[in-house]
Design a protein. Structure first.
Length: 559
């Protein structure tokens, strides 16, 4: 018995089917069969005729087997030629893509497909016509094209394109915020009421093989555009991942753990706004342990806040720990979504100030209040360091936090403190200033949606005015109290002018959030600040105020 294996399964089935027909229909198909070997036509006895018919059938089968073998060889030869032509076409197309057309036109083919990104050449482009599309002889799969599938990831946000095995992915998502800020105090300078764009971002993210993740993102903030994040994350085991590049540093719960589009109030509390770790270049280990009951991160980072320039070779060490001991308990267990933990930021500094001015609702920045920028116009300062002051000396900041989620309820708070050092000279003694603060915040969703962490809300009835689809969205009420104080050393050491600024501020926010759908969120917030002593609200005229009131509406889109 002989067995034949074909590289083209369809051809094997078709030919096998022919053999069956030839054997079953016998002499009825002789006229249509190919030429057969000569057979002695001389008649014989009954038993001889039967033997002759069997011999004739065997001859037919042997002839068909020979034809099948011949067709199989030709099929292999044609398959090789087709593969060779495809590789040559891919190489030629890649060379043409690199060279470009005279009129800068597209690089697609006649049938609408796109060329390979692999290298290669052709006679027309002056390359080697035998090049198969790659300059790497060992270790490269030399794949000419890789088909992609596209989708929107509703659970994790973003439009994505992936290979069939999800080894290589590319995603894009974005966010923009537009503020209407109306200050109760008229004639402020440089602060003024108006419309502002505090953030517009675009994120590019994905995988270079599943475990190696990347993100590159850019941001326009008020009136400046720059790099936001640029990092690789090596995620071979969720219990320990390694991240290198520029990204959010692991200091303070509000900053590290909660995205800006998930906040209860439009901006973070006083301590997080002014002394958060911000984004820096560094190396970090992070992960979760014991079935996500413990989240941790620890890393070393350049000492400057949110700057591309390392002013010295010193490093800050930051660490974050968040415990969720009952995270995997059954639904209905009251403490299931309790979180608590802490974070630290320690190092030795010698660089320009950041923040140069402490503000009610803006992250740390090196700019003071004299610059003609939208950031100065949008945010009220309450303490401004003198122009000759630097961050120099020891930094040791800490925070303890707690958060609790139940149904539509959010409760969170933190106790913060530590020491930051400043100097009016580039060398010699420095002044260590104690810092303390805390905040408490609550929110409740009125329309029935439930959460287990701060997130974007998917309304049960998204906003829609069309007939049969009517809905108003989801509604959340919020409130927060926060405070921040610096030691008297800021005045006695000549770091801040006591006549114009204060070292202690309290702030209350009362708000209402409207989730039109998962992507569109509108904040309504009243922010009331109280200063321990009057501060300038009109720098040119020397006018001062003891309180500040902001009526704030933010329109946010995130997808």
């Amino acid at each position: 018995m002989c067995t034949y294996v074909f590289k083209r399964p369809g051809l094997a089935v078709l030919l096998g089917f022919g053999v069956v027909l030839g054997g079953s229909r016998g002499m009825a198909q002789e006229a249509a069969a190919p030429p057969l070997p000569a057979v002695d036509p001389t008649p014989g006895p009954e038993d001889v005729s039967t033997a002759e018919r069997l011999r004739r059938m065997e001859a037919i089968n042997q002839h068909l087997i020979q034809k099948l073998e011949e067709l199989s060889r030709k099929n292999d030869e044609l398959s090789g030629k087709v593969d060779e032509m495809a590789r040559g076409a891919a190489g030629s197309t890649s060379a043409g893509e690199a060279e470009g057309g005279k009129d800068g036109g597209g690089t697609g083919t006649d049938d609408g497909s796109f060329p390979s990104a692999a290298g290669g050449g052709s006679k027309a482009s002056g390359g080697d016509p035998t090049d198969t599309g790659t300059a790497q002889e060992v270790g490269s799969p030399a794949v000419a094209t890789m088909p992609l599938r596209s989708y929107y990831d509703f659970a994790h946000d973003g439009f994505k394109w992936t290979t069939h095995d999800d080894e290589f992915t590319f995603g894009i998502r974005g966010m923009t915020q537009v503020d209407a800020r109306i200050y109760q105090q008229p004639n402020q300078n440089p602060v003024s009421s108006g419309l502002y764009n505090p953030r517009s971002r675009i994120y590019f993210f994905g995988n270079f093989t599943r475990p190696i993740q990347y993100e590159f993102s850019f941001q326009n903030t008020f009136d400046s555009v720059g790099l936001l994040d640029a990092y690789l994350n090596f995620n071979y085991d969720s219990r320990f991942q390694v991240r290198v590049g520029r990204y959010k540093t692991p200091f303070s719960y509000e900053w590290y753990r909660i995205h800006v589009w998930h906040l209860l109030a439009p901006e973070r509390s006083l301590f997080a706004n002014n002394y958060e770790g911000n984004r820096r270049f560094g190396l970090m280990g992070t992960g979760d342990l014991f079935e996500r009951r413990i989240e941790y991160a620890v890393g070393t980072f350049n000492t400057q806040r949110n700057s591309f320039k390392p002013y010295d070779n010193r490093q800050d060490v930051m660490a974050f720990m968040n415990f969720k001991p009952f995270y995997n308990r059954e639904e209905g267990f009251l403490l299931r979504d309790l979180q608590f933990g802490g974070s630290v930021d320690a190092g030795r500094e010698n660089q320009p100030l950041s923040p140069a001015a402490l503000r009610l609702s803006a992250p740390p920045a090196t700019s003071g209040i004299t610059g003609d920028t939208a950031a100065n116009s949008a945010n009220v300062p309450w303490m401004v360091f003198n122009d000759n002051v630097r961050e120099r000396g020891r930094r040791a900041l800490w925070e303890l936090h707690a958060a609790y989620y139940l149904g539509g309820l959010t409760l969170m708070g933190a106790w913060q403190g530590g020491r930051e050092s400043y100097s009016t000279k580039t060398s010699g003694p420095f002044t260590t200033v104690p810092i303390s603060g805390w905040f408490a915040q609550a929110g409740y969703i009125l329309t029935g949606e439930t959460i287990r962490d701060r997130t974007l809300i998917q309304p049960l009835h998204p906003f829609d005015l069309r007939k049969g689809k009517f809905g108003l969205g989801a509604f959340e009420v919020t409130g927060r109290y926060s405070t921040l104080a610096l030691g008297e050393q800021v005045f006695t050491a000549g770091l801040v002018d006591r006549n114009n600024w204060t070292n202690h501020t309290q702030m209350t926010d009362l708000g209402f959030n409207w989730y039109m759908n998962k992507f569109v969120k509108v904040y309504f917030d009243w922010e009331h600040a109280m200063f321990a002593q009057p501060v300038l609200y009109n720098v040119q005229q020397g006018l001062r105020q003891s309180t500040s009131d902001l009526f704030w509406m933010r329109f946010q889109v995130y997808f």
